[in-house]
Design a protein around this ligand. Sequence first.
Ligand code: ADP
Ligand code: MG
Length: 682
Amino acid sequence: MNTNLMQSVKVLKGIGDETAELLADMNIVTIKDLLEHFPYRYEDYRLRDLADVKHDERITVEGKVHSEPSLARFGKNKSRMTVRLLVGRYLVQAIIFNQPYLKGKIKISETVTVTGKWDQHRMAITVSEMHFGENRAGKMFEPVYALRGSLTMKSMRKYIAQAFNLYGKDIEETLPEGLIAKYRLPDRRDALKIMHFPDLPEDVKKARRRFVYEEFLAFQLKMQALRKLEREQSPGIVQNYDLAKLKAFIDALPFPLTGAQKRVVNEILTDMKSPYRMNRLLQGDVGSGKTVVAAIGLYASVTSGRQGALMVPTEILAEQHAASLKELFGPNGVRCELLTSSVKGKARKEILAALAAGEVDILIGTHALIQEEVAFHRLGFVITDEQHRFGVEQRRVLREKGENPDVLFMTATPIPRTLAITVFGEMDVSVIDEMPAGRKTIETYWAREDMLDRVLAFMEKELRKGRQAYVICPLIEESDKLDVQNAIDVHASLTHYFQDRFTAGLMHGRLHSSEKEEVMRAFAANEIQVLVSTTVVEVGVNVPNATVMVIYDAERFGLAQLHQLRGRVGRGSDQSYCILLAEPKSEVGKERMKIMTETNDGFVVSEKDLELRGPGDFFGKKQSGIPDFKVADMVHDYRALETAREDAAKLVQSRAFWESPEYASLREGLIEAGILTGEKLD
Ligand code: ADP
Ligand code: MG
């Protein structure tokens, strides 16, 4: 790294301790940091024709003053001035806040240039900058930077210009020539110059493309290098499964595997046979048939003389998985056992002893599986379901219960590909993107709250046919702050509404686990027809006779979560329905409800959710593991992300990457991240 660029920003004229501190707040310490403080947008001062502009756009127009300005003052320092301007053939209203002193300067028939936000409906512009006379002097296209405290845009522009003039010559290329030529990218110095001092928007596009690729490549190289090192440093076990037995098991299933299931099974088996430890994420929408894939993997491990473990987040889910696996394995001699905190005393001791002796082939359970007392005889394959609900630590403990067992993470939360390769970039990803044949799609409707009567009437119609319904509410109890329906209230009013015709049950997270189980049992046995619940039923619950899902305050849920909830119905042979009760306030809120009614495909839902909410909100900010890119945007630049991933994967496999000077600067990134030591690797 060039030492000039590593100097403190204080070497620049005008930057003293105080300014340096403000800059440091934004992680700008060195000249290099300052030069890489990219504009987050550009102010375009080129004059626009009002015929071409869209509502809410920021624009600059030139016009003739057509009326005396009228000024209204309110409060101590607040004012609002309006003045009519003739812009081309349009008469528009210019609105200027808190600059009363301009009143005397605005003269009828004179020309002014204004910049601001355009309101198409009112034919008005909210002015943020105003210049008297034609054509403002200076640049037509200027960078806008993030600022802190007393920093001004003008001084930030000056610091950056100064830094570039003094040290621009020291900027070095970081990408290898081959890739620059391949993608026709501008070199680093030119690109930096254009980002800060562009003439035209088109130029910025080209320069930006370079930095997007550079950021993604650096990030993906870290992921791919980690993946490679992890593989090489934790040799796995070669599992010589019995193919004939596996085939017989698959043939005996009550249904043929879908194409996607077959593909994914092959990916898993290839990993198991390889000397590397499997580290794979299996994604598949609700109902896509992950359980049977898991069963085949577990069975493969059993036929190679090892044990398998399946860890799930809740007891209900553990019980259901245990039941379906026992059914799938039926009479073929594989012993499956369930271990949760409810399995106690003698039964527990027996299971633990049989497990340690290697008599239990497959153990299914909650995090009870990772307690110290649980010892496997020879653990070969570990699956965690709904893996994002477990912490990294819990996953590690389970993995260490065997000697380098193969590990599969399963999730029914469809993660958009862009996010999957970002957050889980160091894993291999398998996707079941096909539903078993003959599935009915769930009909989804969005209803306003004033349509509740009709919704209830519809529910009653279904209940009369012998079906059951879920009613989901966002909170347990009434909260002062949030005006939301709560499960307890809704339960009371539905009990009243259905009188003695149908029974409503209540389920929420504050119930004791034995109470929860009793409610679930009663619902599964159809002793309860309507289950009013918070989102605790989200994962895994399987009651095929339930055909109606009503969700209160649906706008409060994420789309991925709504999709999960919807997946509780549509599990039997009857047509199922999902009704979203929602009063979204914003356009985005309305758009989200519409998406739910238009598609049943979890991947489409999650892609849209990502587009609308952005990557930070998708997983919840804290645990997302998504890096802060300076220029790149994972959603909009996803093609570049994919390209960078492919390139990174190829690079880490090549000898040149680890040895040739051409790649030194990329390797430096890995050293900085602590992935590599400074020494030369073999
Ligand atoms: P999920 O991916 O949500 O865990 P499951 O594994 O629970 O899905 O499967 C949902 C249902 O689909 C189960 O009843 C299962 O038996 C059935 N199923 C799985 N694979 C197939 C298939 N290839 N053809 C038909 N039905 C299948
Ligand atoms: Mg499942």
